[in-house]
Structure formats: structure tokens, C-alpha cells
Design a protein around this ligand. Sequence first.
Ligand code: 13P
Ligand code: SF4
Length: 314
Amino acid sequence: MTTVAESIDLKTEILRLKKERNAVILAHNYQIAEIQEIADYVGDSLGLSFIARDTSAEVIAFCGVHFMAETAKILNPHKTVVLPDRDAGCSLEESCPAPQLEAFLREHADKNYYVIAYINCSGGVKALCDVICTSGNAVKIVESAPEDRPILFVPDQNLGAWVMEQTGRRMELWQGACYVHVEFTRDSISKIKEEYPDAVVVAHPECTYAVRMLADEVCSTEKMVHFCKATDKKDIIIVTESGMLHRLKRECPDKNFIPGPTDKCSCADCRFMKMNTLQKLYDCLDKLSPQVEMPEDIRKRAEAPILRMLELSK
Ligand code: 13P
Ligand code: SF4
């Protein structure tokens, strides 16, 4: 446990190192409060991809999970991309190993699938896809898919199902899921709604159908910020990972945010997102390790569908 004095020292040292290294610190909305406070930019996967593409810094310190840092590296092959904890993975990424997807596509080569991959996947999976999407642009990306080819959507079945509802496009869905968002249930969200009858419910599209049905708004983490600023409701139930509450409280100090509970807990933490600490951020800037590396042929193949996504989301 870091004391307040130690944490102030650590912050000062991180800022000193950041300058020395010509680094930028990017943080996802699910990061712990201390990391969000020190970051140059806090956002969702889409916003972070744009910033990673456009930064002039020589070093990118990516506080999120591995696939996010890897996306930054794919877009910046000549930059050093470090992450505080190499083991910060993602259950969605795990659910779709590249060799399994490759075998599936080989077996069904006759279908000529247009493959859309949610950004929560490995570089190897991205390299097998036509286009990438995030929860912030998935509807737009699916709407732009060719009409004459069947769509395979990987790896999140819940986001995929939500996009089908929004667009009316049929897609085959890989059966992956986020272990955090499936913990919210119809019961747990119904109970909190009863406790706060005047509250609006905002849920991430990685939640199950039963939970999405109880929500007033379903959107990406960044769009949650816009929604919460715009609504005239004071009480807002947030059905996503707990780190989001810090970002929202900062952006909308006049609102009352209530964490969506699960059946077991009063809020939901992503164990991968929470692996990053200020100490590990300091260490990765100091040692320039762990770094994201990948074979150039895979990087190049993975870059094309990411650039297509960025182009389509302008
Ligand atoms: P966003 O793209 O909405 O930030 O979501 C990323 C994520 O990992 C959700 O679990
Ligand atoms: Fe992956 Fe879920 Fe964690 Fe997001 S919250 S990083 S989808 S495990």
C-alpha cells in the first residue's frame, strides 16, 4: 500500500521521467483514479487509438490492457510502446485465439466472410480481419460492410448482438464475452433500479441482452460521458467497469453516479485493468520495459483494418 507522501513523490518522478523520455501517458477510462489523474489523455478504445496514431511523443506509456498498447504499436512501429503490466490481458482477447479463427476461416473459405473484429483482440486476429471496430463506432462500421458478403463478427457475442439490433444486419457471432460485463444480471440491475426509481440506467454494449433491455442508454465508455453531461437526470446508474465512475465524477461533478451491482458485488472491477499501478507506470518509463513487440508481417497485416476503421470513423 502506497502512502499519500509516497504517491506524491511517485507522481513527481513519473512526470520527470515522462519529460526526460519525451513520453505521452495514455489511460483507458477503467484505470485506477491515480493513473487517470496523471495521464495526458483518458478515454475509450477509439479515442485512444486516434491519439496513439497522431502523437509526436517518442514513447507511448499505455495504461490499459495489452491489446490497447498493441494497437498503439501497430500504428507506430518506430515508437517505443510500454505498458505497466505485460499480463494485463482481456477475456475477450482470450476467447478468440488467432489460430482458431484462422482454422475457422479456412474451413469456411467458401462463405467468403467479411470479418469485423472488435478491437478487444490480439494483433494476430486483427491481421485476419477486414476491418476493426470499437464499441464507439461498431454501428457505423457494420453499416459500411458490403451487402453481398456474409459478416463474421468476432469476438464479442453481446456487442455483436447489440449491433445487429441497431443495424438490422445479420451477422454470425463468435461466442466470446467479457467476463466483467456478463456479471451484471437482470436481477442485480432490477434491484438497483427499484432503489433509485428516478435514475437513468446507462450500460455498456458488452452487457447481456437481459441487462441491455433495462438500460435507457447503451453506449461506449466515452459516449457515457456525453450522455451523462447532456441528461437532466441527477441519479445515473452506470453499468460497466468501476473505473468509469472516477472519469464521470470528474466530468460531471453535479451528478450522482451509482455503480451497477452484480449478484455478488456492489460494483464490477476488471482484474486486468486493475493490474496497473503508479509504481508499475514509473517502472515501465524508467526501464522502458515491458515493451510491445510483434513480427513486422503481422503488424502490417493488422494495421490495414485499423486504418480502415479510423478512416470510416472520421
Ligand atoms: P470502450 O471502447 O467503450 O472504452 O470499452 C473497452 C472495453 O474494454 C470495455 O470493456
Ligand atoms: Fe476485456 Fe472486459 Fe476487461 Fe474490457 S472489461 S478489458 S472487455 S475483460
